[in-house]
Design a protein around this ligand. Structure first.
Ligand code: CA
Ligand code: CA
Ligand code: CA
Length: 244
């Protein structure tokens, strides 16, 4: 026969066991939950790192692309700055282009004239107003110099002294409407105005409506200036080479 104490003892023992088992169960669940949370945190960390890496790669690609763009524009800038010196129109800085002088040759041209490509050129010794200069060129079977391209300008630059010369460029009717004396379309030829020219300098009573090759101190590509047509300068005539 079991004593009540024994029963009481046995019963309290099993309660204690259940309590311990329950505590163990709670602890294991907490451990599992913590473990789960840890794994979840690790996954989130991996995900964030992955996103960061992907963004970093994208940023690096962007930087690389940007550098390539800068490099390309610098290269293009170098090329176009050389070109811009050939087709300058007043108002911007003109970089000088230095040239070596040459001895001109007569070739098939009339005596006193010199040849370059399909034209003959005459450099006047005397000075005249722009109109008189053009008149004298016409009398000699030509017209005042028409600069069709940079090669022609560079040739002329190599053979003339450093003083100013009239050329066949004129504003006949409206201010700003330049034309070549032989009818060549002004818009079809490159322009080589000197820095700040044409300025139609209003110090002169008549303004400045005739084109000239500017005087300069050094032998280099000669640039243009608009000057008062009534002033007297030396001038350059151009005529077609015989047979052209
Ligand atoms: Ca010409
Ligand atoms: Ca003018
Ligand atoms: Ca001027």
């Amino acid at each position: 026969m079991e004593s009540p104490e024994y029963h009481e003892f046995g019963s309290s023992n099993s309660i204690e066991e259940r309590r311990i088992t329950l505590q163990k169960g709670v602890r294991s669940r907490v451990v599992y939950i913590l473990y789960g949370v840890l794994v979840l945190l690790l996954l989130i960390l991996l995900l964030i790192t992955g996103i960061k890496f992907s963004k970093l790669n994208q940023d690096m690609a962007d930087v690389k692309l940007h550098l390539e763009t800068i490099k390309t524009s610098v290269m293009n800038g170098r090329t176009s700055s050389a070109a811009s010196q050939q087709s300058h129109s007043g108002g911007t800085t003109v970089q000088p282009v230095y040239l070596k002088g040459i001895d001109p040759v007569r070739g098939p041209c009339t005596e006193g004239w010199v040849v370059f490509q399909s034209s003959c050129y005459l450099l006047s010794q005397a000075s005249a107003t722009w109109s008189k200069a053009e008149e004298q060129c016409r009398t000699n079977g030509g017209h005042l110099l028409v600069l069709n391209n940079v090669e022609e300008l560079d040739y002329i630059s190599k053979i003339i002294p450093v003083v100013g010369f009239w050329i066949g460029l004129v504003e006949r009717q409206h201010e700003g409407h330049w034309s070549w004396v032989d009818g060549t379309n002004y818009a079809s030829t490159p322009t080589f105005w000197d820095e700040g020219q044409p300025d139609n300098w209003d110090y002169r009573e008549n303004g400045e409506d005739c084109g000239q090759i500017h005087s300069t101190q050094t032998r280099r590509r000669r640039l243009w200036n608009d000057a008062d047509c009534s002033l007297e300068y030396r001038f350059i005539c151009e005529a077609a080479k015989p047979g052209h």
